[in-house]
Design a protein around this ligand. Structure first.
Ligand code: SF4
Length: 440
């Protein structure tokens, strides 16, 4: 132990949260104690996301706060990683000279060497190089939950959707060998983990370039028998790669939860073309229908971008119709905002903000009505729930998720946290369910 404390401040998606767990594992291995309080830390890393609007400004504003801390504590090491780091690169250190370290998502395994360089040479360090080979972890991951774990099975993306920075910040698609994934999940099972979520930017394209010739369906078959694991999830799927074989596998493997995140982004074929998504609204709706046939009681969530450049009233209506037809169980709704370096940022026909907000509100209201109806339809059912922790609603309330990923609040003893219980649903709201634990 060197008595030093480190804070990792995370923004963005599951992949970032998982990578923060990897970073924390490395830092603990280097003798740091982890803290949530940046004021008491001797090392602060901002793990950034560039998907949301004004992402760079947010990072610079966080860095402004850290500059004050560093003024009082010149020994403080400040680092920026994640997608904004990869995109902005050394510009961050030019604009914020108190930043000691900048590194991209592909360079996390190099963190010990990068930190040593900062400490030994007392100079600014950055590493944004592409790292084409899959790096197995040198340090154990410091996981937030003792019963739910994320397991990366692939990283990067080859799709180059015109609005997205991922292929620029996370490199090309790379799949991890099945044996390494199996080993990691067996270890997790031995440590008492109940649920694993396989992570990948385009997870249903798993194995595309690997010599093993195994796809995601094969991988699910391989890990399914691992004893101790009760639930398997995977995110994020791409509609183009969600094959009939994968649907059938999800439908028959008991531990694979009936929850699929399948981003559609738009319901208009002309916008889908301009987004470079590689499918049509008809393809998408056919997949949803097939999924609902082959995976009984499946819940489908999606991402929708409102106000993509050139989105006409007619395009918007097409999105509205698709949302009505697909009846999603949940949705992540975004207003389009240009991401630097992407093709769509250069499109001339950007949509005014007021119009985006109006359309956003219309889809939000529609989706909330659909969600409410679908959640109310669960009333009276007994649902298997993995208890995650205390609910925000009160001290005797617990919260957990059904197999379909719906949050459920119910009264129960904290000793249930981490176990699977059966909850009888009594109420369905827009965003969650309420119920009571059934007597076994
Ligand atoms: Fe980004 Fe997903 Fe498109 Fe890849 S498929 S470029 S991660 S939106």
């Amino acid at each position: 132990m060197n008595g030093k404390r480190a804070a990792v401040v995370t923004s963005g998606c599951q992949m970032n949260k998982y990578e923060s767990e990897r970073i924390a594992g490395i830092l603990v291995g280097l003798g740091y104690d982890m803290t949530d309080d940046v004021r008491t830390a001797s090392l602060v890393l901002l793990n950034t996301c560039s998907v949301r609007d004004k992402a760079e400004q947010k990072v610079y504003s966080q860095l402004g706060h850290l500059r004050w801390l560093k003024r009082n504590n010149p020994e403080l090491i400040v680092g920026v990683c994640g997608c904004v780091a990869q995109q902005e690169g050394e510009r961050i250190q030019e604009r914020a000279p108190h930043v000691d370290l900048v590194f991209g998502p592909q360079n996390i395994p190099k963190l010990p060497a990068l930190l040593a360089e900062v400490q030994t040479h007392q100079r600014q360090v950055s590493d944004l190089a592409d790292n084409p080979l899959w790096d197995e972890q040198l340090f154990p991951i410091r996981r937030e939950s003792p019963f739910q774990a994320w397991v990366t099975v692939m990283q990067g993306c080859d799709k180059f959707c015109t609005f997205c920075v991922v292929p620029y910040t996370r490199g090309r698609e790379q799949s991890r060998p099945t044996a390494a994934i199996q080993r990691e999940i067996e270890t997790l099972a031995g440590q008492g983990y109940r649920e694993v979520t396989l992570l990948g930017q385009i997870i249903d394209s798993y194995g595309k370039r690997s010599a093993e010739g195994k796809d995601l369906a094969d991988l699910l078959e391989l890990i399914h028998p691992i004893e101790g694991i009760s639930r398997i999830r995977f995110i994020t799927s791409h509609p183009r790669h969600f094959t009939e074989k994968l649907m059938r596998t999800v439908g028959v493997l008991e531990k694979v939860c009936e929850y699929i995140h399948l981003p559609v982004q738009s319901g208009s074929n002309s916008i889908l073309r301009r987004m470079h998504r590689g499918y049509t609204r008809e393809d998408y709706l056919a997949r949803v229908e097939r999924l609902r046939t082959l995976v009984p009681d499946v819940a489908i969530s999606t991402d929708v971008i409102i106000g993509f450049p050139g989105e006409t009233d007619e395009d918007f209506e097409q999105t509205r119709h698709l949302v009505e037809a697909a009846e999603f169980d949940s949705m992540y709704l975004f207003k389009y905002s240009p991401r630097p370096g992407t093709k769509a940022a250069t499109f001339p026909d950007q949509i005014p903000d007021a119009l985006k907000s109006e359309r956003f509100q219309a889809i939000l209201e529609l989706q909330e009505a659909i969600q409410l109806q679908r959640n109310r339809a669960r009333v009276g059912r007994c649902e298997e729930v993995l208890v995650e922790g205390p609910s925000k609603k009160g001290s005797v309330q617990l919260t957990g998720r059904t197999r379909q990923n719906r949050p459920v609040n119910f009264v129960g003893h904290p000793s249930l946290i981490g176990s699977l219980v059966t909850v009888k649903i009594e109420k369905g709201g827009v965003h969650s369910l309420e119920g009571q634990v059934c007597a076994e």
